[in-house]
Design a protein around this ligand. Structure first.
Ligand code: ZN
Length: 258
């Protein structure tokens, strides 16, 4: 695949980077990102993934736009209140870059539909707001051997990691959080609050992590840093990085071998 002149111009600032280059831009154009959650993390992540020319985007969110979302969910305006987030986000992508292929699913991911919804993904970016959905996505990614970029925020804390639990010695998201949160009772944004700019920062960071996965084996930015947790403290501010261990007894990835 080569890029036509108008695309070369649109992505010139990527292509000139040795860490991305023409081959990297082609890989982005051929990639399929499944974005779960079009909210605080998903909105800015989507803007930078679409801006990066990710050729195919699947947007999943069962929620509708509420006035209280506008403080941090950057793709929505007051005209969108009451509309399904996934559909509004899809329309945003079509306006932004008609060359991208986008589909919207107004569905809530659960263990029954996760495999279908993530099918064919190069990478899944999870910015959803509850542990039950996160675990369902993680288990489906391990089963389908699809890498997962997982990002979360609360108040002034952000966390981010790339996972590939289908690989030997690589943890999955379930190795990280355990089984305690399968019950859907951990949605903390509404109760605890979150600074809007924190969502922007972690959403952009998540888009960059997904791009690392897409560029793996293509260009030097393609170091996915699998199993390496990034913890951002927005109050200090400070970034810490820790290695997550694979749990041999994990229900999601334990006992699976390459
Ligand atoms: Zn695991």
């Amino acid at each position: 695949m080569s890029l036509p002149p108008d695309r070369l111009n649109r992505f010139a600032r990527h292509i000139v980077l040795p860490e991305v280059g023409g081959a990297g831009q082609v890989a982005l154009a051929e990639a399929h990102v499944v974005l779960v959650g079009c909210g605080g993390i998903g909105s800015p992540a989507l803007q930078y993934l679409a801006g990066a020319g990710v050729g195919r985007l699947t947007l999943i969110d069962s929620d509708t736009v509420d006035a209280s979302n506008l403080q941090r969910q950057t793709i929505f305006t007051p005209d969108d209140i009451g509309q399904p987030k996934a559909e509004v986000a899809g329309a945003w992508v079509r306006r932004f870059d008609p060359a991208l292929e986008v589909s919207a699913a107004v569905e809530r991911i659960d263990p029954g539909n996760a495999a279908r919804l993530i099918s064919g993904a190069t990478v899944v970016l999870d910015g959803c707001d509850n542990f039950a959905t996160r675990l369902a996505i993680s288990d489906a990614c391990v089963a389908a051997r699809v890498p997962l970029t997982s990002a979360a925020i609360g108040r002034f804390q952000g966390q981010l990691a790339n996972f590939a639990g289908h690989l030997p010695d690589q943890p999955c998201y379930r190795c990280f959080v355990g089984d305690a949160f399968d019950a859907d009772d951990c949605d903390t944004c509404a109760a605890d609050g979150v600074l809007g700019a924190m969502a922007g920062l972690m959403g952009s960071f998540a888009a960059m992590h997904a791009i690392r996965v897409i560029l793996a084996g293509v260009s030097t930015l393609g170091d996915p840093q699998l199993g390496q947790l990034q913890l951002f403290d927005g109050l200090a501010p400070r970034l810490r990085s820790l290695r997550i261990a694979k749990d041999a007894a994990c229900r999601g990835c334990g006992g699976r071998e390459e």
